[in-house]
Design a protein around this ligand. Structure first.
Ligand code: AMP
Ligand code: GLY
Length: 443
């Protein structure tokens, strides 16, 4: 056989074996729409499912109405559709051990799962576990002590040694509501009791971590790891409060910017040396199997980064600004994670800034109405409207959650990008639509 013919055969085999993956994404938010949007561009993905998905994922993939923690239903789907790879969006299935569920089942253990195993997911599942991990590996974070119902009095005594504000954290998952920051000592003691004794956050507050308050500006760092090697994705900053000027209640996120202008090369170097490296090495030393995203919530205190928290997944809405800037084929990266060859990948990042502005239902994060028709999506041409709490109903897109849509734009500067997102939003409307008009105000 001549050389060309041999090459043709080899490339044919290559095409046959690599270009036909069936992929499942778990989740239904803007983050998962962004994953679907990115994966749909991959030449390695032949067929894409999202469970349960939303109106945005319905346009580019097949939605399957399965709950992300219904492992048996997910198993049936994976077998039925011959799924090769599962990307886990939210933390709940990871903390409940979905990766272990796949590994321990001989009909599923050939499937690639992107997300850590249960033991490692405790970095998000338990604040105390995360603090102990950071202390063990000398990773800079706030000083702390943890308490349970048996030593509430010691908890009061510890609070008395601290200066206000007081930071109280429910140990377990509390849907983003488990952190209280209080200025008054008496109130802090009352809340501590209500968490530990009266189960304010249910099971999640059986233990409470009390922390030193750190004063600074926050940012998020996203790391991909195959358990051995790591790659750092672009930084992002999200805006958590409902009100302009970062006021009012905490939300799941009202907007995001990437890159973070104050994260200079020097500061990023500190993050990598002091936090990312010891985190990845710590996972190995502690035998915590990790193939997925590590989301490190950071705070810049003076010129130094400190860890506020770990999450074992991507952030939302940070994903909506980080993934659009990634030029690589994401499925190729996920394959490298599965094969522990992430060191062979060079990340290519779009130099431009990306921003997203989140449209929410009026009233969110408290009570709000659903089922409102979203008008004007088709008129958006300069931005990418990632759907979140939105679903299809009789051919219309209607609201189905608090965070409804994240409108992402590129720009040469983050100011240009934000301007574009706001211009695109002019095209959109639904009853009681609300969004913050000051994303990026503090940069
Ligand atoms: P967490 O769920 O741990 O990310 O906490 C939620 C938010 O509370 C963070 O994004 C910070 O804004 C704030 N926070 C948490 N821990 C501290 C701390 N030690 N000092 C200051 N702010 C904190
Ligand atoms: N945007 C913060 C988070 O995803 O937890």
């Amino acid at each position: 056989m001549c050389l060309e013919a041999l090459e043709a055969v080899i490339s044919f085999i290559f095409v046959q074996t690599n270009y036909n993956m069936t992929i499942l994404i778990l989740g239904s938010g803007g983050r998962e729409h962004t994953f679907a949007w990115k994966i749909a561009q991959s030449s390695l993905c032949q067929s894409l499912f999202v469970a349960p998905g939303n109106s945005g994922t319905a346009e580019i993939a097949t939605n399957v109405n399965i709950n992300v923690t219904d492992f048996e239903a997910i198993k049936a789907l994976v077998i039925d559709k011959e799924i090769d790879m599962v990307i886990v969006g939210p933390e709940d299935p990871l903390v409940q051990g979905i990766h272990d569920f796949f590994l321990n089942d001989e009909t599923l253990n050939h499937v690639t799962v992107i997300g850590p195993e249960r033991a490692a997911a405790e970095l998000e599942g338990s604040k105390e576990f995360a603090k102990e991990f950071m202390y063990r590996h000398n990773i800079p974070t706030a000083a702390y002590q943890s308490f349970d119902a048996s030593n509430v009095k010691e908890g009061y005594a510890f609070l008395e040694t601290l200066n206000p504000p007081y930071v109280l954290k429910a140990d377990g998952l509390a849907a983003g509501k488990g952190v209280l920051i209080l200025n008054d000592l008496v109130e802090a003691k009352t809340e501590l009791k209500s968490m530990l004794v009266d189960a304010k956050f249910g099971e999640a507050s059986t233990k409470v971590v009390i922390e030193e308050f750190l004063d600074g500006i926050e940012l998020s760092c996203f790391v991909l790891t195959d358990g051995k090697n790591y790659k750092i994705l672009p930084t992002a900053k999200d805006y958590k409060r409902i009100g302009e000027g970062d006021t009012g209640l905490n939300t799941g996120g009202m907007g995001a910017v990437s890159p973070v202008p104050f994260a200079t090369d020097k500061f990023l170097y500190k993050i990598e040396q002091r936090i990312v490296k010891p985190t990845i090495q710590g996972l190995q030393k502690d035998d915590l199997p990790y193939k997925g995203f590590v989301f490190i919530g950071l705070i810049k205190v003076g010129d130094d980064p400190k860890v506020i928290e770990y999450n074992v997944r991507m952030g939302d809405p940070e994903t909506e600004v980080v993934l659009p800037r990634l030029k690589n084929d994401l499925v190729e990266i996920f394959q490298a994670i599965a094969n522990q060859t992430l060191d062979t990948i060079d990340l290519e990042i779009d130099e431009r800034a990306a921003t997203t502005v989140v449209l929410v239902s009026g009233g969110y994060p408290e009570a709000y109405e659903k089922g409102k028709e979203i008008i004007g999506i088709e008129n958006i041409t300069d931005s990418i409207p990632f759907h979140a709490g939105a679903k299809l109903d009789d051919g219309k897109v209607i609201t189905s959650g608090g965070r409804v849509m994240a409108v992402t734009s590129f720009g040469n500067t983050y100011q240009d990008a934000i301007k574009k997102s706001y211009q695109s939003i002019e095209n959109l409307s639904f009853d009681k639509m609300y969004y913050r008009k000051d994303i990026g105000f503090d940069l």
